[in-house]
Design a protein around this ligand. Structure first.
Ligand SMILES: C[S@@+](CC[C@H](N)C(=O)[O-])C[C@H]1O[C@@H](n2cnc3c(N)ncnc32)[C@H](O)[C@@H]1O
Length: 280
């Protein structure tokens, strides 16, 4: 039986190409060494071969996990367990930077009372990594949830939805790919489109150097800023703390950021929201 595919085969192709060319370079260098054709050719082949081989191994170690479907299952289980502990599984859900619909399709599949929309900009380059609207729709069809899980163009920086439309907003591995001087804009948008009391669960790089992208110094400051937008119970949990036993969980900063929108907004938070939308 066909299963939805959320991996990144391109990473395997890149590793194979780099390692293959590295080995070819080193093989040429050995031939040059044996027959002493050219000293410069020899140096070039050793250097190129070593650089390509090292890059290939590095690429495989850092990105290879993402191409394996083996990784996808345990992560999706962990994500769903985390969701189950905070959300009742009912209502309208938004998946930001959905790609091939990893979070969107899996939520629709595991929570039969959820209606899910996945948004993405699906820039051309991402098609090489198979992150396309057609791919997401195919996954929804394979998972037999296409009637409750749809996809549309939508920029995380200016979501095409009214305030308070969703009971849940999620995102996986997308925020660090969204290019903007201050990523806090994305979190403001998350809170804006949530209904009062609605939940959010984002999995991305929320620690170490990537925090610079949010213009904060540490996790406490990140949490405080999100609370200022009108969120409560904001929690930061590394994937390791969340019990995930995969190489993915060892990536520095990889964590869940979760919380919910306050039921009642104070005047200053409402004003902050208005400013964020540029209406003030
Ligand atoms: C690493 S992929 C993650 C895809 C998917 N969420 C997953 O877990 O496999 C990052 C995604 O972010 C999307 N993206 C980048 N900038 C975006 C933006 N401004 N608004 C919405 N999506 C964006 C890309 O098109 C890509 O599909």
């Amino acid at each position: 039986m066909e299963k939805p595919y959320y991996g990144y085969r391109m990473n395997t192709y890149i590793s194979v190409a780099l390692i293959g060319s590295g080995i070819a370079g080193i093989a040429l260098a050995i031939i040059f060494t044996t027959f002493m054709y050219s000293t410069w050719g020899l140096i070039l082949c050793w250097a190129l071969g070593a650089v390509l081989l090292t890059s290939g191994v590095f690429w495989h170690l850092s990105m290879g996990f993402a191409s394996k479907s083996k990784t996808a299952g345990p992560f999706q289980d962990n994500f769903a367990d985390h969701l189950r502990s905070v959300w009742d599984g009912k209502g309208k859900v938004l998946d930001i930077g959905t790609g091939r619909g990893r979070a969107a399709v899996e939520i629709a599949r595991r929570f039969p009372e959820a209606w899910v929309i996945g948004v993405d900009t699906w820039a051309k380059l991402w098609a090489l990594w198979e992150q396309t609207k057609a791919g997401a729709e195919k996954n929804a069809t394979i998972a037999k949830v296409a009637d409750r899980c749809t996809f549309q163009y939508g920029n995380a920086l200016d979501l095409p939805f009214k305030d308070g439309e969703f009971q849940l907003v999620v995102s996986t591995f997308a925020f660090h790919e969204i290019h903007v001087p201050d990523r806090m804009v994305i979190l403001k948008e998350v809170i804006r489109v949530l209904s009062p009391g609605g939940h959010f669960l984002i999995c991305d790089l929320f620690g170490g150097p990537p925090l610079k992208g949010y213009k904060v110094k540490n996790v406490s400051e990140l949490i405080r800023r999100v609370e200022q937008f009108g969120a409560r119970d904001v929690e930061h949990k590394t994937l390791k703390e969340a019990g995930l036993k995969l190489r993915l969980a060892r990536i520095r900063g990889m964590a869940y950021l979760s919380g919910r929108k306050k039921e009642v907004m104070h005047a200053d938070q409402a004003l902050e929201g208005i400013k964020a939308r540029g209406e003030g």
